[in-house]
Design a protein around this ligand. Structure first.
Ligand code: NAG
Length: 272
């Protein structure tokens, strides 16, 4: 989609120039051709599933597709998937669009099984999501790596979750769970009736991963003021700032985004 970005920016640029050069008729012509071109592209791109004879989830709007209903802040993200599951369960799968990119929502367990096991060789990579510049190391994550590179990382990681290894981890997880229970008893013992479970479970998660994966006592459950937890919570807060950073990194040239340290990963640079 790089060419599209370039053409839209050049189109807007030329339109700006002609507007200031008082060549309004050129601006008008450009505006009309541009909008027509976008309308045609929109029609073609959001007709992908229809052309394949696959049911399209309703609520697809021009340019955004289903993106806005997915991002609807009044609903939880999984509700979009769940609604589609309930509505289109019979048809086994249903097409949707994130902007102009087609996404298939599979609602049938048998099809899921085929995708993840029998026909997996056709479905190795996840959604393409290349991160350029300063944040490039994020491409090494299991969820972003592709092809044989992914396979390499995956086969190193898989033995970590063998039943023997999990059995070894169990006492460590129990230890942390006990620590959390003790803390909860202490809080409720102080006649406190409200407990922030998101905070508690976040601390439990960090402590469990810390000891199981890294042999490191992050002490987030006991120590309310643990530095590690504070930085982590701040970095992983998926608020508006992260969302805007993600969009800005996609729109801005990589060098500019790097210079101003903009992007979804910017807050993680603390841990580098
Ligand atoms: C799964 O794959 C097999 C073999 O290709 C096929 O016969 C079957 O219909 C597939 N299952 C579904 C639910 O599509």
């Amino acid at each position: 989609m790089g060419w599209l970005k370039t053409s839209i920016f050049s189109w807007l640029g030329v339109m700006g120039v002609t507007l200031f050069a008082s060549a309004q008729w050129i601006t008008c012509t450009l505006l009309i051709t541009g909008v027509t071109a976008i309308a045609i592209l929109d029609h073609i791109n959001r007709g992908y599933w229809r052309k394949l004879g696959i049911v399209t989830s309703d609520g697809s709007v021009p340019i955004f597709g289903h993106f806005l209903s997915f991002m609807d802040t009044k609903k939880l993200a999984w509700e979009f998937i769940n609604n589609n599951y309930e509505k289109y369960y019979e048809s086994k799968y249903v097409g949707s669009y994130f902007f102009w990119s087609p996404n298939l929502i599979v609602t049938d367990p048998e099809v899921v099984k085929n995708i993840t096991i029998k026909d997996f060789d056709h479905f190795v990579d996840r959604r393409e999501f290349k991160i350029e510049g300063k944040d490039k190391y994020a491409n090494e994550m299991l969820t972003l790596a592709e092809g044989s590179h992914w396979k390499g990382i995956r086969s190193v990681l898989s033995p970590t979750f063998s039943s023997g290894k999990m059995k070894n981890m169990f006492p460590l997880v129990m230890e942390k769970a006990d620590a959390l229970m003790k803390k909860l008893h202490k809080i409720t013992g102080n006649d406190e009736t409200t407990v922030d479970m998101k905070d508690c479970l976040g601390r439990l998660t960090v402590d469990v991963i810390g000891t199981c994966a890294f042999g490191f006592e992050s002490n987030c459950i006991e120590d309310e003021t643990a530095e590690f937890e504070k930085k982590l919570a701040k970095a992983s807060d998926q608020g508006l700032e992260m969302f805007l950073g993600l969009i800005a990194r996609n729109i801005l040239p990589t060098k500019v985004a790097d210079y101003f340290d903009i992007g979804a990963m910017a807050r993680w640079h603390y841990f580098k």
